[in-house]
Design a protein around this ligand. Structure first.
Ligand code: 5GP
Length: 206
């Protein structure tokens, strides 16, 4: 299925603990033209999470069935569990003329770039390794084992930053959100995205 739209995908990727989730929440509050893509995952639900709000929590079989039916726009394995974006989620948002925010990893970003969609990739870096470890500890939602796995993967995730269009360091969340909002606004003003510009400019002719 070819998805056509003047809207675009905004991908936020980062190592765990760089603040992606908080940044996404703030962006959604200040920009009503953005909707968040809710992913599917086979990872167990965590305390405080809600099915369909944070993720669609699926069994391995349900996930495999969706792959077979070609329902995913992208999917990947992260920390031993599968995560994926359903095509229909994006189609529905584009129908409503919304830009779509993705909180996905570098593998998903690469797959999206290979689709026919307009994709803007933003990589968020933590200010330092020390700060990253602190943040992972204080959010306290990972088990010790999970935390160890995540720290081992941080290096690998960070190595993918050159593939992104923009890189933002999250030292101060207010500044970081402002910077991302500016990126989004600038992307919206790209000449290539302003489809009716020729008609508009024609009206200035004598
Ligand atoms: P968490 O389990 O902490 O919610 O997410 C783990 C990682 O999976 C994060 O880096 C997140 O960005 C990534 N992720 C979440 N949803 C998707 C998805 O639909 N596709 C891909 N490729 N990665 C995802």
């Amino acid at each position: 299925m070819v998805i056509k739209s003047n809207n675009f995908c905004i991908v936020l990727s980062s190592p765990s603990g760089a603040g992606k989730t908080s940044i996404s929440k703030r962006l959604l509050k200040i920009d009503r033209s953005i909707c968040l893509s809710i992913s599917c995952t086979t990872r167990p639900i965590r305390k405080g999470e809600t099915h369909k709000k944070d993720y669609l929590f699926l069994s391995d079989k349900q996930f495999s069935d969706l792959i077979k039916k070609n329902q995913f726009l992208e999917y990947a394995e992260v920390f031993g569990f599968r995560y994926g974006t359903l095509r229909k989620t994006i189609v529905n948002f584009f129908k409503k003329k919304k830009d779509v925010l993705f909180d996905i990893d570098w593998q998903g970003f690469q797959q999206l770039k290979q689709s026919n969609l307009e994709v803007v990739g933003i990589f968020i870096l933590p200010p330092s390794k020390k700060e990253l470890v602190n943040r992972l500890k204080t959010r306290g939602r990972d088990t010790k084992n999970e935390m160890k796995k995540r720290m081992n993967l941080v290096q690998n995730e960070i190595s993918h930053f050159p593939e992104y269009d923009y890189v933002v360091v999250n030292k101060d969340i207010n500044i970081c959100v402002k910077q991302i909002k500016n990126i989004i606004e600038s992307e919206r003003l790209k000449r290539s995205r302003l489809k009716n510009l020729t008609n508009f400019v024609d009206k200035f002719r004598n």
